[in-house]
Design a protein around this ligand. Structure first.
Ligand SMILES: [Fe+2]
Ligand SMILES: [Fe+2]
Length: 137
């Protein structure tokens, strides 16, 4: 399976958020590669921690921009972020407990979920932002 899919990441049209999506996907690509190549617990755990820290930061900053622009779909979007982080933390706990890398399938599932979220909910927010470009903040 091709571990590099960064070209397929949908753009929402806001450069900071788009760059953060690239980095999120790159971290998941690194994670998948690390599992494929060695599956060593140490590096896998480290990349997973980086992904969690970065995703927490990205989701918080995305939510902040939503609140600044009074985005009407803020609540369901927040819930989607919370669900993803819960799933990622469950994976992390299992990894730490078993001292074993997660399965590639699990990482691909995570990546598909994230891509789908960007393509639908984040793109919808990008469309909303475009309608507010000329309004006072
Ligand atoms: Fe989002
Ligand atoms: Fe996002």
């Amino acid at each position: 399976m091709d571990a590099t899919i960064t070209h397929a990441i949908p753009r929402i049209g806001e450069s900071t958020i788009d760059a953060e999506h690239d980095l999120q996907m790159q971290l998941l690509d690194s994670l998948a590669r690390s599992i494929e190549e060695s599956g060593d617990f140490g590096p896998v755990r480290h990349i997973l921690e980086q992904f969690i820290e970065f995703s927490d930061m990205h989701f918080l900053s995305e939510q902040l921009v939503m609140r600044l622009h009074r985005y009407p779909a803020y609540e369901p979007h927040l819930q989607a972020h919370t669900r993803l982080m819960k799933k990622v933390r469950e994976i992390q706990e299992a990894v730490v407990q078993a001292e074993k890398a997660p399965s590639l399938e699990l990482i691909h599932e995570l990546r598909n979920w994230l891509l789908d979220h960007i393509a639908t909910e984040d793109v919808a927010f990008g469309e909303y932002l475009k309608t507010r470009e000329h309004l006072p903040k």
